[in-house]
Design a binder for this molecule. Sequence first.
Ligand code: E4P
Length: 214
Amino acid sequence: MKIFIDTADINEIKEAKSLGVLDGVTTNPSLVAKTGKEFEPCIKEILEVVSGPVSVEVFATDHDAMVAEAREYATWGDNVVVKVPIIKEGLKAIKTLSSEGIKVNVTLCFSPMQALLAAKAGATYISPFVGRLDDVSHDGMELVRQIVEIYANYAFDTEVLVASVRTPLHVVQGALMGADVATIPLKVIDSLLKHPLTDIGLENFQADWEKRKA
Ligand code: E4P
C-alpha cells in the first residue's frame, strides 16, 4: 500500500518524508488555506520537496475552466496529479485530461457508481472520503470494499486511494481490502507506528541493561 500525506503544510511533509516511507502528497483548497500561504507558491514549495505524486485541486466547476487550470498545474511538475470533483462537468474534464496524459485524482467520491464512472473516464486515482461518510453514520470503509471489488471485476487500472482518513483502523482495513493508497494526516501516520507494548518493552530492555552495568 502506498502512503500519501494529506496536508499542504511543508513542515509536516518534511517530517513525514524523513520517515522514509512517504510515497506522495494530497492537498485540497481547505488544507492550502490552513497554511495561510498563496496557492501557487504553496504548491510549488511542496513540489520542490516531493518527487512522488502531489495532488492539486482545481477551483473551477465547469469543464473548460477546470481543464485550463489543470493544464496550468501540469506545467508545474511531472509529478502533479490534478484533483477533480466527481460532478458532471468534472467527469467530462477527467476524460479530456486523461486523454491528454494528465493524471487525475477524482475527489469527493461518496458512492460506488461515482467511482465506476471516474474509472471509465480514465481517472488515475479515485478518492472515497471514508471519514466524512462515517461522520454521517455511513460505513466509509464499506464504500472502499465495494470500489475495490467493482474495479477488480472489470480490471480497471484506476487506483483506490482511501481519503478522509481519521484513524489507524481506516488504514488497516484499507490495506486488508487491497486499496492501493491511503492519504493520511501526520498525526495518524504517527499513531500507525505507536504501540504501548513496544514502548514498555523498550523501557524494560533499557532498564535491565542499565542494572547489569551498575
Ligand atoms: C483527500 O484527498 C482530501 O484532501 C482529504 O482526505 C479530506 O479529508 P477530511 O475529510 O479530513 O477533510
